[in-house]
Design a protein around this ligand. Structure first.
Ligand SMILES: *Cc1c(COP(=O)(O)O)cnc(C)c1O
Length: 376
């Protein structure tokens, strides 16, 4: 947690649950990424956290945006992003959304199927398009491979059809899965993309852009590679596969830019023993899966949680949310321990909750409102 967030939480005793986002930390993450990839264009994947102050800060810094819907595009435009710095990066788009985006000046669209390519041709005539490839996602905590991307043969075929359809075959993309803890998956995928670049060039189609997706990690309980390490590894792979002819590189970080730039405060509602013999306490908080902590599903994201009693003796716990749904349990399988002194009314803090939390909150399930957001 940044000192700025800590001070803000200490000073304000805000109603819980609430999340505090440090915009300066996001700026720092962006600048660090820019330094690690000086030649790349950074398009923030705003689904990770579309808070308007975040979009405004990034737009001011010159970032681009990877948007998934007309509504997300609209948010970027409202934040001051010029249309030429917005990519419509969802392979599943409504025709009306494509038409609106095109009318607003968006000129970069992704596809991974003939049907979507035809839809773009019809609704955004003349646009630049790129094809999303399916790549290995080994090492990712959240693989996205089954739902998105197409294989090499189909990609070749579709890139060949672009010109006939009145579109500009512009590039290729992939996403190696979210929360990749090192650069190996990106490096391997670059080789795959380079082969396609070559094959297409041989057929007279000169692509201009390679989009390396997101996947850059945030630090939760376990150590992850520094962004500089990603920069070095990816640079090496690009030089190896493209030589002196490296195309325009696009990055679409979501999690990495915002993940460690926020913390969440929650109140302990109940600490209970459920049997006379089991030493495990159940700790119920005023936030859970339905309050935005969706990434705890299958205990994928293991947030660092701090309490006012840290340093004292601890015992085993199950940690759960406040709703009347047993699915609303955060951590049960992993061996979690919390201080024995923990009691109802205490406040606990979840660190690194900037990505994939705020928009995952339900619209009032069981009456619990979405968590309050503070941008500082
Ligand atoms: C979600 C998404 C991203 C961002 O992924 P992270 O793992 O959060 O960096 C980038 N590109 C596309 C197309 C996405 O859907």
């Amino acid at each position: 947690m940044t000192p700025k967030i800590e001070r803000f939480l200490d000073d304000h005793k805000l109603p819980t649950p609430c999340i505090v986002v440090d915009l300066d930390k996001i700026e720092q993450n962006y600048l660090d990424m820019h330094a690690a990839f000086p030649a790349a264009k950074i398009f923030y994947a705003l689904k990770a956290n579309p808070g308007q102050p975040i979009l405004q800060r990034l737009a001011q810094l010159g970032a681009g945006f990877d948007a998934a819907s007309w509504e997300e595009i609209d948010m970027c435009l409202a934040a001051g992003a010029p249309p030429e710095r917005i990519s419509f990066g969802n392979t599943i788009k409504k025709a009306t959304a494509i038409r609106r985006a095109h009318a607003a000046g968006i000129d970069l669209f992704v596809f991974d199927s003939p049907e979507e390519l035809e839809k773009i041709a019809e609704n955004a005539p003349g646009a630049r398009v790129f094809c999303r490839l399916v790549v290995a996602t080994d090492g990712a905590i959240f693989p996205l491979a089954r739902k998105f991307g197409t294989g090499t043969d189909m990609a070749l075929d579709l890139m060949h059809r672009c010109t006939d359809l009145g579109l500009v075959p512009y590039g290729l993309s992939f996403h190696p899965g979210s929360q990749q803890t090192g650069p190996e998956a990106h490096e391997a995928a670059i080789g795959q993309v380079a082969m396609l670049f070559d094959a297409l060039e041989h057929d007279g189609i000169q692509l201009k852009m390679i989009n390396l997706g997101g996947g850059f990690p945030s630090r939760y309980q376990d150590e992850v590679a520094h962004i500089e390490e990603f920069g070095r590894g990816i640079d090496r792979a690009l030089a190896y596969h493209f030589g002196n002819d490296v195309p325009e590189v696009l990055l679409e970080p979501g999690r990495h830019l915002v993940g460690d730039a926020a913390a969440l405060e929650s109140e302990v509602v109940l600490v209970s023993h459920r049997s006379k013999t089991d030493p495990t306490r159940w700790v119920y908080l005023d936030i859970g899966v339905f309050g935005g902590l969706n990434e705890t599903m299958d205990e994928n994201t293991r947030y660092v949680i701090t309490t006012p009693h840290d340093g004292g003796p601890t015992g085993p716990v199950v940690i759960a949310g406040p709703t009347c749904d047993s699915f609303d349990t955060l951590y049960e399988k992993t061996n979690n321990r919390m201080p024995l002194a923990l009691k109802a009314g205490d406040r606990v803090r979840f660190h690194a909750t900037g990505a994939y939390v705020t928009t995952y909150a339900t619209n009032g399930f069981n009456g619990f409102k979405p968590l309050a957001e503070h941008y500082i």
